[in-house]
Ligand binder design. Structure first.
Ligand code: SF4
Length: 297
């Protein structure tokens, strides 16, 4: 076992890929070994206003990913695995450093394939004075039993709900079972933390669900929002993301080799009103930073 690894199971079944590989000697679908690899940690000002605030969100980007979407804008990190192996102590130190820099929260980006190691670092950081909320920023392609390991350690869940349609999940992420796992994962996240509570303009605890608008998939966005309303209620905080840009292997898929249109954007914006959502944000089409509140009256 790598000296930096903490309790990654010998036959890894952490996520729905269920590779069953021994990560001390082989890589599964996510390509990660048993050692935690971090690409970068920094203050990030492009998250939703309740996360970035004025001082920034303390993001830690983890290398590799179990989704590996063909249009991933972070493909150098997720697919190519750029990053450096970090020990549990170093990871703990990053969290405390981000707090020291004034971050409103520690934002763990795509860390699902490292959960056991993260549990260890988070416990260590809390003992050493980490007080700001911890955000779990994920694809939602996660098992409830793995998420249960994070109970009491994560304050804010920030899952994507990427696909409603299994065929789209299969085509762009090789994961036809994504919709069923994402629904189960989101229910578990909600069970742990409930609806988002915002104190003095900053997220303190709860769940906010992100929906990336993919070209030609406005109908799926409506279906996803309807599921969220029925499963969790229209009180749920949602974040409609219009930043999609065709990068990486998106050029091999003509139907998504473009940005979303103004019409698609307006359609999805309208679904929020139609289905009664009042909490959350809408990101301007083609922008990665301009958010407006869902409820603007
Ligand atoms: S975390 Fe990686 S190795 Fe483990 S089951 Fe998922 S994809 Fe496979």
């Amino acid at each position: 076992m790598n000296a930096n690894a903490v309790n990654i199971p010998a036959g890894c079944t952490l996520c729905p890929r269920d590779c069953g590989v021994d990560r001390t000697v082989a890589a599964g679908y996510c390509k990660s070994s048993d050692a935690v690899r971090v690409s970068l940690h920094q203050l990030h000002f492009g998250e939703e206003p309740v996360l970035s605030g004025t001082a920034g969100s303390g993001t830690i980007f983890f290398s590799h990913c179990a989704m590996r979407c063909v249009y991933c804008q972070n493909y150098r990190i997720s697919h190519e695995g750029r990053g450096t192996v970090r020990s549990a102590e170093e990871l703990c130190g990053m969290m405390l450093e981000l707090q020291e820099l004034g971050a409103h929260n520690v934002n763990l980006v795509t860390a699902g394939h490292y959960v056991p190691s993260l549990v260890s670092s988070l416990r260590m950081a809390r003992k050493q004075g980490l007080e700001i909320p911890v955000v779990w920023n994920s694809s939602a392609y996660e098992k409830p039993e793995t998420l249960r390991l994070l109970q009491g350690l994560v304050d804010i869940y920030l899952p994507d709900f990427r696909y409603y349609d299994p065929a789209a999940a299969a085509r762009y992420s090789g994961a036809p079972d994504y919709p069923s796992w994402a629904k189960k994962a989101i229910m578990e996240m909600y069970r742990q933390v409930g609806h988002l509570s915002v104190i003095d303009g900053m997220a303190a605890r709860g769940i906010m669900i992100r929906l990336l608008l993919l070209p030609g998939h406005a109908g799926a966005v409506r279906n996803t929002l309807a599921w969220i309303r029925d499963a969790l209620s229209a009180e749920t905080w949602v974040s409609l993301m219009g930043q999609y840009c065709p990068v990486f292997r998106a050029h091999d898929f003509p139907e998504i080799d473009r940005q979303i249109t103004e019409q698609e954007y307006r359609l999805c914006r309208g679904y929020l009103d139609e289905l009664g959502f009042e909490n959350g944000f809408v990101q301007e089409a083609g922008s990665s930073a301009d958010y407006t509140p869902v409820f603007t009256d």
